[in-house]
Ligand binder design. Structure first.
Ligand code: ADP
Ligand code: MG
Length: 337
């Protein structure tokens, strides 16, 4: 089946005119439009999926005004109700992106899914950023090669994105490095507020530039270093929750894939098995549709395994980091690990 393009909902003809700009919505004058745009709600689609609280907090609106605007936006794109056939079509529209390794694709049930958040978790040096860079290339490939024929937004919190590495992988794959580099929008963010803002403002870019993969590498590092101590934990989790919900809404509204990376933290409760667990607690666990745990294995290989999945098996598979990015690998003997 050839994947079809998918839009959450087509804009509805209202009389003969379509509502394209937020200014044309009832209740949005030029001043309000300015406030909304500044807060990143710059399209009818973005407003239709916005929580009222966010409009109140970020765009400084009265809640009655915010409710009215969101209602108008939903009406304009007929978001409130869809029938089961439309739901079925939406599922049909779900696309899968190759990681460049058959092993990990299989682990994910065919590849990284659109309309969802996929999380790669692991200690330093396990290949999380390498996977993100590889995906930044595969996203731009044609559908028949496992790509999404779209561009990439790479939000980098640690400064580890390396254009020269993209260049190298592209060359090794016999693709055009310059063209692929042009297809990656890059944002280096310096603190958690900056990170939140970058995502809040990305809706329009994602829509206009046909972004099909949004990466946050890594999603928690700023939050973890800024909110230290028990007393700030609930504030951190609240902000993180809103941030992750935003990512989910973008993924679903625009049928794009979201990939985040995460570190591990010590799990003192583990008497048996893995003494580490993903950072971020239940908030991140709930937000991620698929979680893949990476670890270093013997012979320079990396192992990947699905964790917390309700339906994917918890098997382990192997890959290695090479000139081409990431590739399948077979361990010499499984007992060596
Ligand atoms: N061109 C390359 N060829 C082979 N291995 C590489 C290459 N570039 C980076 N690596 C390896 O990738 C690993 C770092 O992976 P990275 O994705 O940055 O880890 P993290 O999980 O911390 O994001 C290092 O072990 C490094 O040796
Ligand atoms: Mg990294």
């Amino acid at each position: 089946m050839s994947p079809r393009r998918f839009a959450l909902s087509e804009k509805v003809e209202k009389g003969s005119e379509k509502i394209e700009n937020i200014q044309d919505l009832e209740g949005v004058g030029p001043v309000t439009a300015g406030k909304l745009t500044d807060a990143g709600f710059d399209s009818v689609e973005a407003l239709a999926v916005a929580p009222i609280r966010e409009l109140v907090d970020k765009a400084n609106l009265e809640s009655s005004a915010a409710i009215k605007i969101v209602k108008a936006a939903r009406q304009a794109i007929q978001l409130d109700f869809i029938n089961a056939k439309e739901l079925w079509e939406k599922r049909q529209g779900l696309l899968k992106l190759t990681t460049g390794t058959k092993n990990i694709d299989k682990l994910l049930g065919g590849g990284v899914e659109t309309q969802a958040i996929t999380e790669f978790v692991g200690e330093f040096g396990t290949g999380k950023s390498q996977l993100c860079m590889k995906l930044s290339i595969t996203t731009q490939l044609p559908h028949e090669d496992g790509g999404l024929e779209g561009k990439v937004l790479f939000i980098d919190t640690e400064g580890t994105f390396a254009p020269q590495r993209i260049h190298q992988i592209a060359q090794a794959m016999q693709l055009e490095p310059e063209k692929l580099l042009e297809g990656i929008f890059y944002s280096r963010v310096y603190n958690s507020d900056h990170q939140i803002l970058a995502v809040d403002r990305s809706f329009k870019l994602c829509q206009e530039e046909n972004i099909k993969l949004l990466i946050v590498d890594s999603v928690l590092s700023h939050f973890r270093s800024e909110y230290i101590g028990r007393e700030s934990l609930s504030e951190r989790q609240q902000k993180l929750n809103a941030h992750l919900h935003k990512l989910t809404r973008i993924a679903q509204a625009l049928n794009l894939a979201v990939v985040v990376t995460n570190q591990v933290q010590a799990n003192p409760q583990a008497f048996f098995g893995d003494p580490t667990r993903p950072a971020g607690g239940h908030i991140l666990a709930h937000a991620s549709t698929h979680r893949i745990m990476l670890r270093k294995a013997s012979g320079g290989l990396r192992a990947a395994r699905v964790i917390d999945s309700p339906f994917l098996p918890e098997s382990e598979t192997f890959f290695q980091i090479t000139e081409k990015g990431v590739e399948d690998a077979v361990p010499k003997t499984r007992r060596e690990d």
